[in-house]
Design a protein around this ligand. Structure first.
Ligand code: SME
Length: 137
């Protein structure tokens, strides 16, 4: 278990690496859940600055994943009513919950400027990333 600061540095490195190596991962960040206030809080991220640093459970793609505990792949954000737009350049999104000891403590969120770029390989890969991230907690 690492300190919060060390952990955040590692998470930021992961965000940078994913953003650099995978052309369609245009915004990469972590949100963490506060189960008392039922809100998600933005953690380390790379990409465009966002106003959405706090998201209530149930709101947007991220908020829905906080409640469903399931991967959410959005091929085209225009098809989603319950979606929080961060930037007009974003066309698609993938959110994978982060489990520590079986509890959904947050998620990795990736936005893409391409339509429908995410496959099952991205899901499996990001589940693996989150399993590694879980070891930091
Ligand atoms: N689009 C997300 C909000 C977070 S931003 O993508 C960084 C959503 O609908 O939950």
């Amino acid at each position: 278990v690492s300190s919060n600061l060390e952990r955040d540095e590692k998470l930021l490195e992961i965000c940078k690496l994913l953003n650099k190596e995978i052309s369609y991962y245009n915004w990469v960040g972590f949100y963490f859940a506060n189960h008392d206030t039922k809100t998600l809080h933005l953690g380390p991220y790379v990409g465009a600055e966002t106003d959405h640093t706090v998201i209530p459970f149930g709101k947007g793609i991220c908020g829905q994943v906080a409640e469903s505990n399931q991967n959410f792949v959005v091929r085209d954000v225009k098809t989603q009513d319950n979606y929080i737009a961060c930037s007009f350049t974003v066309k698609s999104e993938i959110v994978i919950p982060l489990f520590v000891n079986g509890k959904n403590i947050g998620q990795i969120d990736i936005d893409s400027h391409e339509i429908d770029p995410f496959t099952e390989a991205d899901e499996r890969f990001l589940e693996f990333v989150n399993e590694e991230v879980a070891k930091l907690f």
